[in-house]
Design a protein around this ligand. Structure first.
Ligand SMILES: [Fe+2]
Length: 231
């Protein structure tokens, strides 16, 4: 069962206004003190208090690249999941969970996620895996549509559709109240400046996304070269 949903990310006020106001040197805010950078917090925990557990902080993150496909694989042991996730992954109420999040990226902005969990200490093969998709389609140079979908196995019966509906609703809160305002605020502060010119602070977990960014940059460069040859 799959439910689709979408939202749009549009920094306001318009970039022209923001460009006048922003003169700083980093997209994380040149004038802000960032204690979490040195304490190795990662951006997900910063954005989503719901997932800000010690277990997530201790997570193991692996990066893989296979030609133009990039993987980020995170494994989190002994996590105490919120109730809606325990239900989705069939983790007993009083149990901790071992869980993983494998993200596959392909250009330009297509991500497939496999989120799995199993009662702590049990083999991964016994766990439930929930696939989801996250696609971005630019609307203008300063805004994008964000489409997401989540799936549960048909063998679960009618509960699969209920789970998909309740999970899409549960995701809507963090997306709209946590991701979206921060992404829009960062875009306003960047004010259209090239990413690297702002000398961003890079955390260990940024490796896959930075590699993805490099690949897109290479593809754009190649396309521009082809266009200039053709022109
Ligand atoms: Fe997020």
């Amino acid at each position: 069962m799959t439910l689709n949903n979408a939202m749009s990310i549009t920094p306001l006020p318009p970039l022209k206004t923001a460009r006048v106001r922003s003169k700083h040197g980093s997209n994380l805010g040149g004038n802000f003190r960032l204690p979490w950078v040195s304490s190795q917090w990662n951006s997900t925990e910063f954005l989503h208090p719901l997932f800000s557990s010690d277990a997530v902080r201790r997570a193991r993150v692996e990066f893989q690249q296979d030609s133009e496909t990039i993987w980020s694989k995170r494994f989190i042991a002994n996590d105490d999941l919120p109730a809606f996730l325990k239900q989705a992954f069939r983790i007993p109420d009083d149990a901790l969970a071992d869980r993983w999040l494998d993200v596959r990226w392909n250009a330009p902005a297509l991500m497939a996620l496999w989120s799995g969990a199993v009662a702590s200490g049990r083999p991964k093969e016994e766990g439930i895996i929930v696939p989801s998709a996250h696609f971005f389609t630019p609307e203008t140079t300063a805004s994008t549509h964000y489409f997401y979908a989540i799936s549960f196995p048909r063998v679960l019966g009618p509960i699969a559709e209920d789970l998909a509906a309740s999970n899409v609703e549960a995701l809507r809160g963090p997306f709209e109240c946590e991701d979206k305002p921060v992404i829009e605020a960062v875009a306003r502060r960047m004010a259209g400046a090239p990413f690297w010119s702002l000398k961003p602070v890079l955390l260990t977990n940024d490796t896959p996304s930075i590699r993805a960014r490099r690949l897109v940059e290479q593809k754009i460069q190649k396309e521009n070269q082809m266009n200039s040859l053709a022109g």
